[in-house]
Design a binder for this molecule. Structure first.
Ligand SMILES: Nc1ncnc2c1ncn2[C@@H]1O[C@H](COP(=O)(O)OP(=O)(O)OP(=O)(O)O)[C@@H](O)[C@H]1O
Ligand SMILES: [Mg+2]
Length: 620
């Protein structure tokens, strides 16, 4: 499985920002804004109100200061009203800001939820190969960062960048109207220099940010993989190795973060320098105006207040620009996942699969996971409705692959698989999969109770049905011995129950699903002879009315099959019933005799062996 890493999904590719332009992103996010039109409008009104109020504040302050200087009789009247007005405005602007956020949060949160859900369901639509190749830790990090990025972008684009620009223009107009052109000019130059510097430096910095992100994903992927392989790590005493691997990743990440921080310091200092220079020259101009009598003290206070009002959000603008860049690349990564087309797709208006008798046919099937290596070669066989067909052959010959193809996890290179004469690639995937029950070779369980794991086979099943499935899969004795019985939690990937117990839970789950076609891939390989016998008996009962494919290494479990297919290197080399194949004295006969001898030896040496020497079900 690791060999597929070279396909490159496991790595977190560095992409250029150009790949997704700002407008494209806005276009993607726009529909989410439109869902809550009224809220967006109210939030906008709050925003406009807040801008208006905050622009009027320096003016109130000026009137207040000038009022203090005017003649004594009015001193107690005029400033008092302005003091009150000033206080009210301050409260008003903060309150409107809060109101805006409160109203708008529904919009951003629901967008996060929608996008998160979309990505999640999309991930389930992607083909098996994608999931085998890509590492879960990295994906979940991408989704996390992506949804947070969306939240950030919506909030800040609408509420910071836009209003700051509007404020900037208005303040320049006010300064121009109230005083001479120099005030506006210096402000303009300052702002332009500030923005230019911020943009250029931020562009330069993005590579540090991206590098830090990439290393972050990489180290968490590695950490999760290592923790998932806890047992393996212990078996090989490789804790120190794992720690050093992780630390190597962390070290790179640390360096990237430090670089990131240093470049940030440069950015911040440069910005502060520009703002400082601007403020100094403007205050100098204003002070000169006061001295030569062209301006009042109130004017000076007002200029100062406007400038502060301008530069504070401008300072934030640098941060926001940077963050938006980051958010964009996060969101882009996530949408990259969304844009990925599933390889296995339904044809347009594909009909549902109609099961009549559940006959299965492989017709000249050619298949390769990677084009360089053919796995199945012109494989043809038929499974008559209601028959039990066994697939045997050496490890790696392609047996499990046959099952995966029948389930349409992959599409074929050529040839056709039909169920009741309907090619499976022409029917809806959901309808196909509904009709097939699979007990896979490596069962993985949800980290949930035994009960819920079994019930997963058919979430609507009644309690009695679930109990019946547990009974048929010979799980009854096991669960009743557990302190928590069916409510026992099976642990991560089902590792807290034994291999055989896990297989029986998987069998129970499929029995509950109760489909017309069953596929057992080494389904009883981990069971002892007795448990195997009782399950096989139960299964034989069930298989009577169903089409069954059984993949087995232990030939004694399939001697009763209606047909046995012997696969070698992706080719069908023999087929027939047990007796026919024994008579033919080919591959199968050789294997059978080898296994017989082995079990004979075991019986003498170890009476409690797992290998059964006698056919467990009466052959036909
Ligand atoms: N996703 C994959 N990508 C590439 N190659 C794969 C993939 N899955 C399986 N293979 C390869 O395809 C071949 C057939 O695999 P398959 O799982 O069908 O074997 P099998 O007959 O079931 O073997 P076993 O008896 O050991 O379970 C193997 O050589 C395997 O390495
Ligand atoms: Mg297999």
């Amino acid at each position: 499985m690791k060999s597929q890493m070279k396909k490159g999904y496991g790595q977190h590719p560095i992409k250029s920002f150009q790949e997704m332009e700002m407008w494209q992103l806005i276009k993607t996010l726009w529909p989410y804004l439109l869902i809550h039109k009224a809220r967006v409008v109210i939030a906008m009104l709050c925003l406009v109100g807040a801008i208006g109020v905050s622009l009027a504040m320096p003016w109130a302050l000026k009137e207040l200061v000038d009022g203090l200087q005017s003649d004594a009789s009015k001193v107690l009247v005029i400033p008092l009203s302005f003091v009150l007005l000033y206080g009210a405005m301050r409260f008003g602007s903060v309150f409107l800001g809060e109101l805006r956020d409160a109203v708008f949060s529904r919009v951003t949160e629901s967008a996060m939820r929608k996008v998160g859900l979309e990505v999640f369901s999309h991930l389930h639509k992607l083909e098996l190969d994608f999931h085998l190749s890509r590492q879960t830790g990295g994906i979940s990090r991408d989704i996390d960062r992506g949804t947070n990025g969306i939240n950030f972008m919506m909030r800040f684009m609408v509420f910071n960048i836009l209003p700051t620009i509007v404020q900037l223009i208005l303040i320049m107009l006010i300064l121009f109207g109230a005083f001479n052109i120099w005030f506006s000019l210096i402000t303009l130059v300052c702002v332009v220099a500030y923005i230019a510097f911020s943009v250029i430096t931020t562009e330069w910095r993005t590579r540090f940010v991206k590098e830090a992100n990439r290393l972050d994903s990489q180290s968490s992927t590695r950490a999760i993989d290592s923790l998932l392989n806890y047992e393996t790590v212990k078996y090989f005493n490789n804790e120190a190795f794992e720690t050093s691997q992780y630390d190597r990743n962390l070290k790179a990440w640390e360096q990237a973060r430090v670089n990131n921080r240093l470049s940030l310091a440069l950015l911040n200092s440069g910005q502060a320098l520009i703002i400082g220079a601007g403020l100094t020259s403007l205050m100098y101009l204003a002070a000169k105006g006061v001295v030569d009598g062209s301006m009042t003290i109130g004017d000076l206070v007002m200029v100062n207040a406007y400038l502060l009002q301008l530069f504070v959000p401008l300072g934030a603008l640098g941060f926001i620009y940077r963050e938006i860049r980051r958010a964009m690349s996060d969101v882009e990564n996530m949408f990259e996942l969304l844009k990925r087309q599933p390889k296995v797709q339904d044809e347009e208006q594909a009909p549902v699969l109609k099961i009549d008798q559940a006959g299965v046919e492989f017709d000249q099937v050619n298949f390769a996971y990677q084009s360089e290596r053919q796995i199945l070669k012109s494989l043809s066989f038929k499974v008559q409705p209601g028959h039990k067909v066994a697939i045997v052959g050496p490890s790696g010959s392609g047996k499990s692959t046959i099952g995966r193809l029948l389930f349409r996890f992959y599409d074929l290179q050529s040839g056709c698989i039909r169920i009741d004469q309907q090619p499976i690639h022409q029917v809806q995937q959901l309808s196909l999969r509904e009709q097939i029950g699979v007990v896979p070779q490596d069962t993985v369980l949800f980290n949930d109770t035994i009960w819920n794991n079994v019930a997963y086979g058919s979430p609507e099943a009644s309690d009695e049905e679930i109990w019946r499935a547990i009974e048929m899969a010979s799980l009854r004795t096991f669960v009743s011995a557990l302190p928590d019985t069916v409510n026992t939690v099976v642990g991560e990937r089902g590792l807290k129950v034994s291999g055989g117990e896990k297989q029986r839970i998987a069998i129970a789950r499929v029995l509950l699903k109760n489909p017309p076609i069953l596929l057992f891939d080494e389904a009883t390989s981990a069971l002892d002879s007795e448990a195997e016998r009782s399950i096989l008996q139960a299964l034989a009962e069930i298989a009577k009315q169903r089409t069954t494919l059984v993949i087995a290494h232990r030939l004694s479990t399939i001697v009763d099959a209606d047909n046995i297919l012997v696969i070698d290197q992706g080719e069908l080399v023999e087929q027939g019933t047990h007796e026919q194949l024994l008579q033919a004295a080919g591959h199968y006969a050789r294997l059978w005799h080898m296994q017989q001898q082995a079990s004979q030896r075991h019986r003498v040496e170890a009476p409690f062996t797992k290998v059964t020497e006698t056919p467990t079900l009466t052959g036909k």
